[in-house]
Design a protein around this ligand. Structure first.
Ligand code: AQP
Length: 333
């Protein structure tokens, strides 16, 4: 049986970018990858690399868990759990910090970018979180890790860590492979289509669509998305980033190819295209929101998280004991 691991940081309410780039992919994979056990977690330890308000963080953790289910993750097939409830993640993180080099961390593009956007008190964990990410993956001997383009470098570092550890202490970790989704790898902002749609960035609310946004608001956000003055529905990322982004969203949600969409709308104006896209997005989000409201305060959700935690804990503890033994920590058992 193979294993797949992934997680999302509870740094804000989830966006359509998180859905298309991550959750929808998980849902497709759970149905396509047979003989694979899934571990999909809420990466709350990763969230505190930047300041979080405690009650908001707690709300976000629960909200992501409910959205995982509402978007179609099947708890019978997927272990859904909260990262901080498995202390082995933090323990293996330390072993990974003692395997990777500072220079390797400092080369991470995300660190350089995030450091620039912060004005005060850059936390040490913002530099070292790739070690925690390596721990998240290696703890479960993951074979597959679904990743966005911007996580490629971190996954490579995870592979480096696994190979180095295996070389130093003997064969211990499976070397994971990244899976990059074919479409919708990167959804851009509706107002700033040159920048990624992001859940925590300090931007105008019109730039992103939240999965739990009021549906009328969703439609209006699509209709007021920035485009250009050509009025030609054509994919051209460089010269027409706004309409290209909307085409990407349309295609990702309907599975209609961008080429077919260009053909369909070749004689239409942006108004018609946006109005159809607004309907597509609303139709996608409507059942998700119904399920979300049904489950968010339910005992069922807690039961799912308990079950996921227990299964994850079992595997994680076994792996960590093996790691400690290989490194020579503690007493011989
Ligand atoms: N705009 C996006 N388009 C496609 N995929 C996206 N993801 C995030 N934004 C987009 C994917 O969602 C998952 C969430 O990962 P994360 O929350 O751990 O980190 P992130 O990529 O940094 O997400 P955000 O929303 O931009 O968070 P903040 O604002 O806190 O940094 C990943 O699989 C990611 O690829």
């Amino acid at each position: 049986m193979k294993r797949l691991v992934s997680g999302i940081k509870p740094t804000g309410d989830l966006t359509l970018g998180n859905y298309i780039g991550a959750i929808k992919q998980f849902v497709n994979m759970q149905n396509e990858l047979i003989d694979t056990e899934f571990f999909i977690f809420i990466a709350d330890l990763h969230a505190i690399t930047t300041p979080q308000e405690r009650l908001v963080l707690r709300k976000n953790i629960k909200s992501i868990a409910a959205l995982y289910i509402a978007c179609g993750l099947d708890p019978e097939k997927v272990n859904i759990f909260i990262q901080s409830e498995i202390s082995e993640h933090a323990e293996l993180n330390y072993i990974m910090e003692s395997t990777l080099y500072i220079g390797e961390m400092e080369r991470m593009i995300q660190y350089k970018e995030k450091k620039e956007s912060q004005t005060e008190g850059i936390r040490t964990s913002l530099l070292t979180y790739p070690a925690l990410m390596a721990a998240d993956i290696l703890l479960y001997d993951a074979n597959f890790v679904p990743i966005g383009e911007d996580q490629k470098q971190h996954l490579e570092l995870t592979r480096t860590a696994a190979n180095r550890f295996n070389f130093l202490y003997g064969d211990t970790f499976t070397i994971p492979e990244g899976i990059i989704p074919k479409t919708g790898a990167r959804i851009m902002g509706l107002q700033n289509p040159e920048q990624k749609m992001s859940k925590s960035a300090d931007k105008s609310a019109k730039d992103y669509i939240l999965l739990i946004d009021d549906l009328k608001v969703v439609a209006n956000k699509i209709k007021s998305a920035v485009t250009d003055s050509d009025n030609l529905v054509k994919f051209d990322k460089e010269n027409k980033p706004g309409i290209s982004n909307l085409l990407t969203i349309f295609s990702a949600l309907t599975n209609i190819s961008i080429k077919d969409l260009e053909e369909k709308y070749k004689d239409s104006n942006y108004g018609t295209f946006k109005s159809d896209l607004a309907n597509v997005v609303v139709d996608e989000l409507s059942p998700i929101q119904n399920k979300y409201n049904e489950i968010i305060n339910s005992k069922e959700l807690d039961d799912i998280l308990d079950k996921g935690r227990d299964r994850a804990k079992l595997i994680a503890r076994r792996k960590l004991d093996k790691v400690y033994h290989k490194v020579g920590l503690g007493r011989k058992k």
